[in-house]
Design a protein around this ligand. Structure first.
Ligand SMILES: [Zn+2]
Length: 308
């Protein structure tokens, strides 16, 4: 992977124009030189007429440096993508589509929203390792934002106006390690066991507040701590802090979250949390994942998460 900028000034120096961005992408995508995605031929040359495109010497196929990646088919200049990646990855709270549209001078809110939505899908590294060791696991509710009402919350146990979220944080030497957040259907054993199986490595120990649904979660050791609601933050401090910060962030940056896109926003929060000590390196990891994520269309992005 090529170098990443360590400051705004370095970013501007390193990426003054589309050519500089394309050169970075070429180096990231083909670190040992161009390789044709059709025939695996290693010989190619820049296409004379088309920008950032290579032509294979063996089969003649033309490949744009963004072909087959999340940047594929975008009408935005590469520099707009790079700026968006930089702002989303390095800013401690991220950036909303509206702010991005203004900062980059983009013509429409829709193109800014699409850019953010695509990058959010590049915030889960493929094949990332599950959490291991001692892991705090808990669940929470967050109010959802509807079309008619900016933010609302149903009373009592009604799922009306609320979404359910499970969270897990690794604990290493009394400090938080990596975080996972997932939208779940309910707080049943099936939902919570599913969350643990997807996010926690076999053999790890999960620490919970003793909610019965966690009992007998497969493949992990369970340390239930039966506590009153008031004391849960003492037993599970890190996952509680993550929930509380995620809720504050969702309200502050997005004025609340919608059910349809909940998981991708949770992924965005976890991406930034997990790279809180390496924000500038996060620029490179976000672009690197964007290069291996398959292209997405607007219609794919507006589908409810469950189908997408
Ligand atoms: Zn070829």
């Amino acid at each position: 992977m090529p170098e990443f900028p360590a400051s705004l000034v370095e970013f501007q120096r390193q990426f003054p124009d589309d050519d500089a961005c394309a050169a970075w992408l070429v180096a990231a995508r083909w670190p040992s030189g161009f390789r044709c995605p059709a025939c695996a031929g290693a010989k190619g040359w820049p296409h004379g007429g088309k920008p950032f495109t290579f032509e294979c010497a063996a089969c003649g196929k033309q490949t744009s440096v963004t072909a087959g990646t999340i940047l594929h088919g975008s009408k935005l200049p590469l520099i707009a993508w790079f700026w968006a990646v930089y702002l989303m990855a390095t800013h401690s709270n991220g950036i909303s589509a509206l702010q991005l549209q203004k900062q980059l001078g983009l013509g429409s809110y829709k193109s800014a929203w699409l850019l953010c939505a695509k990058l959010r899908r590049a915030m889960v590294a493929p094949g990332r390792a599950p959490l291991a060791g001692l892991v705090e696991v808990d669940e929470t509710e967050i109010p959802l934002r509807t079309k008619t009402d900016p933010v609302c919350g149903g009373g009592g146990r009604s799922p009306q106006g609320k979404m359910f979220v499970a969270g897990a944080v690794e604990v290493e030497n009394d400090a938080p390690g990596r975080l996972r957040l997932a939208a779940i259907k309910d707080f049943s054993a099936a939902s919570l066991h599913g969350f643990v199986a997807d996010n926690v490595a076999p053999g790890a120990t999960i620490k919970t507040d003793g909610w019965p649904s966690y009992a007998r979660a497969p493949d992990v050791r369970h340390e239930p701590h039966v506590v009153g609601a008031m004391a849960a933050h003492v037993v599970l401090p890190w996952v509680h802090r993550a929930f509380s910060n995620a809720k504050t962030w969702a309200l502050g940056v997005y004025h609340g979250l919608r059910r349809q896109h909940l998981q991708s926003y949770l992924d965005e929060f976890a991406f930034r949390f997990n790279r809180r000590r390496t924000r500038h390196a996060a620029f490179r990891s976000l672009l690197a994942i964007a290069l291996v994520r398959k292209p997405l269309t607007y219609n794919m992005l507006i589908m409810p998460e469950a189908q997408g």
